[in-house]
Ligand binder design. Structure first.
Ligand code: SAM
Length: 343
């Protein structure tokens, strides 16, 4: 019997462009089924929680899609102090989370100063994983952050097509700079994450196929993919949001291509889709990133409208999340969840 495209993708971890196009544009449920099996086989029903700490919304960039872009004068800018960051980490650690993710606007001077904070986190929790997501930084700063103890770095490439990249970003930001930065991260020994929004303005199936090909060439340890959601104070305020369904489809395709990659079920997905967190796991994701940003700051980290973050500030909230996961057949892992290659 002829193999389905999803079976072929699972077996070869690859498909010709035409097959990818059919899967991306169609509504065939088989990639979801195959990806669910692969996810079970690789991760055994375990899910990893990463504590997201949105440490600053100060950003030098002006990405057209992003609510914390430099030109947005309508948000209150903040940066957490070292003490505040350490207290978020302490809270997350006490609840059993073993990865801290410091994310923020692109701000090279502040990122350099963050080196001491990273060293303090490393000293206080030697066995925790430290992930950074601070945008494009000079290689020297990345080196200092790595030496201070950071293990992983998320830098979505956003789109692999230079002309599309130029339509999402102001003049002066270039795809090549981002790719160079991704290569520096890899060379410095970071577990490296890349990815893109689904349904960003102007995105076509060909763009998504180019994204997949770029990831095949780079082989990231982490893949961050979520739907584009408009934010009211950006030039893309009037654009249409990306499709949750297509996001789930991409999780499945990516899981079949990259069985071992750490793929979060993103906040943007659960913002668009009720029950999206579990739907993302069922489609192939294996990570959830609960928000540990202190409440007064959380709403100022407004990348897009209507953000629906998982918050587990208290043991009771964590228990509720664990119950939701266990009702869906998942258990929360107590390990760091580093990338491990599965053959
Ligand atoms: N400044 C760092 C960077 O550029 O990687 C980290 C923060 S940045 C805000 C994190 C991610 O948010 C971006 O990579 C982008 O894909 C996503 N994002 C920004 N605006 C968004 C929007 N309107 N809808 C969905 N995702 C968005």
């Amino acid at each position: 019997m002829a193999k389905t495209l999803a079976e072929e993708l699972r077996e070869n971890r690859d498909l010709p462009d035409e097959g990818l196009r059919t899967l991306l544009e169609g509504d065939d449920p088989s990639p979801g089924r195959e990806a669910r099996e692969v996810t079970r086989a690789v991760f055994g029903g375990r899910v990893w929680l990463r504590a997201l700490i949105e440490w600053s919304n100060v950003c030098r960039n002006d990405c057209l899609y992003c609510g914390i872009r430099r030109s947005n004068g309508r948000i209150r800018r903040y940066s957490l102090s070292r003490e505040e960051i350490l207290s978020c980490c302490a809270q997350a650690w006490s609840l059993g989370l073993r990865t801290f993710v410091l994310q923020g606007g692109e701000n090279p001077a502040a990122a350099r100063q963050l080196t001491d904070t990273v060293a303090a986190i490393r000293a206080a929790w030697p066995s925790a994983a430290i992930t950074l997501s601070l945008g494009e930084l000079p290689r020297e700063t990345l080196r200092l952050l790595r030496e201070a103890g950071a293990d992983r770095y998320l830098l979505r490439h956003e789109t692999a097509t230079a002309s599309h990249y130029a339509s999402l970003h102001p003049a002066g930001m270039q795809l090549q700079t981002r790719l160079d930065c991704l290569h520096s991260l890899r060379e410095l020994g970071f577990q490296t994450g890349m990815g893109m929004m689904v349904g960003s303005p102007g995105q076509t199936t060909e763009h998504l196929i180019a994204d997949i090909r770029l990831m095949q060439a780079f082989r990231p340890e982490m893949i961050g993919v979520g739907p584009f959601i408009p934010q009211k104070d950006t030039p893309f305020a009037g654009e249409t949001a990306g499709s949750a369904e297509k996001t789930l489809r991409l999780y499945s395709i990516l899981r079949l291509m990259f069985p071992s990659a750490n793929i979060p079920s993103t906040t943007a997905l659960s913002t668009l889709l009720p029950g999206g967190r579990i739907a993302g796991l069922r489609a192939g994701a294996n990570v959830i990133m609960p928000d540990f940003t202190p409440a007064p700051y959380r709403e100022a980290y407004t990348l897009y409208d209507g953000k629906n973050a998982a918050c587990v500030e208290t043991g009771a909230q964590l228990q509720a999340l664990q119950q939701e996961l266990s009702a869906a057949g998942y258990t929360v892992s107590s390990t760091r969840g580093d990338y491990q290659h599965h053959v």
